[in-house]
Ligand binder design. Structure first.
Ligand code: GDP
Ligand code: MN
Length: 399
């Protein structure tokens, strides 16, 4: 599960990590009122930021620094009235329903800071870079030595000396070192205590020297958290932060029907039983030059209703130009699938080519059901084996 930046900032702030004050708003009027309040408190800079579960907002024009109420109104009107298209969204973009209005800060330097699991080494790891702010993926690709890593001991956590060493390697000096090190230790503790899969501050900033902070201040001005869904049952407060508006609607429907579904970018809808078979089906589709539109595992004991819902979800994706059904009937009975295909054809209709490969329990009964329904489902073809099925569907979509 992901949460919004404003929620992540609250978690950081509760843990004692310095974050500029701000508030989440859902209307232009509230954004204006909040800007007014921040300016009246003596700040000269306000930042208006789209709250969506995708990054790259700055470059997309959905993070705006403003100095007046009029500018805030313009920024909020733009963000709430336009879909945000960034490197992290599809070309269709995403709707913006919430904004964060926060005190803006002057920045001397931007850093990157994160904690996540390094799977290759099997250890939680602190990741940091003095090249923060921009897309960290680009830095990792073009300048990998600029990404610093420190493994975190599973029992003792990130020790003070390790955090200070990292702060120095990033170029912090004097009092900045203690500020940065303390943020690192708090972030590492948050990661473990919240069962996170990722905690990221990008950018962590150093502000210019001021009268009350002659060496500048280190603070977080953007934050991202990912949580392990399997551990959410023990974090009711985090569960409450879930924003269903950010979920993929097809994935939500699939979950409700007990299906494992992941939307992908291709145009061949796949309906398969078993995660392993679903993955090999995607592989074989790709081998024959096709691109799967989804991963869909209907499970071992899906009912006709669940399978019909699976077809509704696949056909509801308007990128789908062909459907491949690949079922190995073990616990799942092939005739259940065949019934569902006929049911779905009656209900939603298959306007795109449909290729069906069935094998296993009750396959003869299933073949009879499909044979009898052939005239009702003119786009349907049956395939003898998996390679034949993949070839047929790829050819149908390409042609
Ligand atoms: P992202 O693009 O979605 O990661 O959004 P960020 O919150 O990281 O903002 C993108 C960039 O906008 C940052 O890297 C900063 O350069 C800039 N920015 C964001 N907030 C402020 C702020 O309060 N003051 C200044 N000066 N720049 C900011
Ligand atoms: Mn950022």
């Amino acid at each position: 599960m992901k949460i919004h930046e404003y929620q992540a900032r609250q978690l950081l702030s509760d843990a004692g990590i310095p974050v500029p004050p701000g508030r989440m708003v859902e209307t232009v009027e509230d954004a204006v009122a909040e800007t007014e309040r921040i300016l009246a408190s003596g700040e000269s800079l306000v930042v208006v930021k789209a709250q969506v579960h995708a990054g790259g907002r700055g470059k997309a024009g959905f993070v705006k620094l403003v100095k007046t109420v009029e500018e805030a109104r313009e920024a909020a009107t733009f963000m709430l009235g336009n879909r945000m298209v960034s490197v992290q969204t599809g070309p269709e973009g995403i709707e913006v329903k919430r904004l964060l209005v926060a005190a803006g800060v002057d920045i001397d330097k931007e850093f990157y800071l994160a904690v996540t699991l390094d799977r290759s080494r099997g250890v939680n790891t602190l990741i940091a870079s003095a090249e923060g702010g921009v897309e960290i993926e680009t830095v990792a690709h073009e300048n990998p030595e600029a990404i610093l890593k420190a493994p975190i001991h599973p029992l003792s956590g990130l020790e003070a000396f390790e955090a200070r060493t990292m702060a120095k390697r990033l170029g912090f000096t004097g009092r900045q070192i203690q500020q940065a090190a303390s943020i690192m230790q708090k972030l590492a503790t948050l990661y473990t205590s919240l069962d996170a899969s990722l905690v990221e501050i990008n950018p962590l900033v150093l502000t210019p020297p001021s009268d009350d902070a002659p060496e500048g201040r280190v603070m977080a001005i953007d934050a991202k958290f990912g949580f392990d869904d399997n551990a959410l049952y023990r974090h009711k407060d985090l569960q409450a932060m879930h924003d269903p508006a950010e979920d993929n609607p097809a994935e939500t429907r699939a979950e409700a029907a007990g299906l494992s579904y992941v939307a992908l970018d291709g145009n061949i809808g796949c309906l398969v039983n078993g995660a392993g078979l679903a993955m090999s089906t995607m592989d074989i589709v790709k081998l024959h030059g096709g691109e799967p539109a989804n991963f869909l595992d209907v499970g071992g004991s899906a009912t006709k209703d669940a399978v019909t819902e699976a077809f509704r979800i696949i056909l509801g994706d308007d990128r789908v130009q062909g459907v491949l059904v690949n079922i190995f009937g073990g616990i799942m009975k092939c005739d259940t699938i065949a019934d569902a295909i006929v049911g779905a054809a009656k209900e939603v209709g298959f306007e795109v080519p449909l290729v069906v490969r069935l094998e296993g329990t009750n396959v003869d009964a299933a073949r009879r059901i499909l044979e009898d329904a052939k005239s009702e489902i003119p786009t349907m073809r049956t395939a003898g084996d998996l390679a034949d099925a993949a070839k047929t569907v790829c050819a149908a979509v390409a042609g």
